[in-house]
Design a protein. Sequence first.
Length: 339
Amino acid sequence: MPTSLKRWWRKIVFEPNDPRFWNAQAPKVAAIGGGTGLSILLKGLKNYFDDISAIVTMTDDGASSGVIRQEFDTLPPGDIRKCISALAQDEELVSKVLEYRFNKKEKIFAGHTLGNIWIAALTKYFGSFEKALEATLKIFATRGNIYPSTLDSVKLAAVYENDGKEIGESKIAKPGSKIKKIYFSKNPKPYPKALQAIRNADLIVAGPGSLFTSILPNLIIKEIAAAIKKNQQAVKIYIANCSTERGETESFSVEEHLETINRITGAKLFDYLLVNSRIIKRSKNESTLGTVNNITTKRKNHLGVEIFRADIIDHKNPLIHDSEKLAQALSRIYKKTRR
């Protein structure tokens, strides 16, 4: 089936709540985050929005990404790789290919994903991470753009309430230690295309994801925070995590997530907050997941931010959101609040 016919078919099979039915101008979406959270969001968004730009944090220094970052003197590919898989036309196939991880017996590539090796190799071939990413998006026919929040190689650092410090994203999460603030080893320049996507967006979404290591590393780039604040046409939504996270937000309430963003960025960036309404206190798979502490709130407004509640949790894995339910909820909020 020709690509144009496939696109036409996708448009007619979605429900009337699909934003693509509302007018001839498809809403432009800027999705901000990193790690697994952003890829979960993108999987659902691509079924409801045609014009998507993912802005991805670039501070990962652990596992395969950390080794490749050091050995090849390049940017970490891991979070970008997950977003490529999520937005690919053939998500299932591309995910199997890019997410394939070599086992310990395969000494040369042990522990690395094929996607990370792919991006590192193309970076060497083209001479830049930017060109490698552009080529990969074309090859895997992604349904949207993916932009690093910065092309500068920076390390993320944290200061804790006991005034202790840690440098390196993979070292920041410490069970029992409360993070006071995060900062970069040097001031990074924002990626211009990421800024432009935020400025042009009709819908700006941040989250879900690790607050201090996936969401805030994008928002503490001053130009990115300023672009979000200055875009008055956009519906701006922060998606709160559906559970606490060990080492980062162990005792946080939903409200504290929002308060932390406002405090660390020094600005009110979002007009709406999407919160999971379903509570599963303890997972049946406790040996795998540990004790799950889901969080929600009954408030309708906090710090001038309107709160929407919906069942958006993945019941099979209560630590994370359900892609489809999350996208549907965002679509409903956008329809209700768009300017």
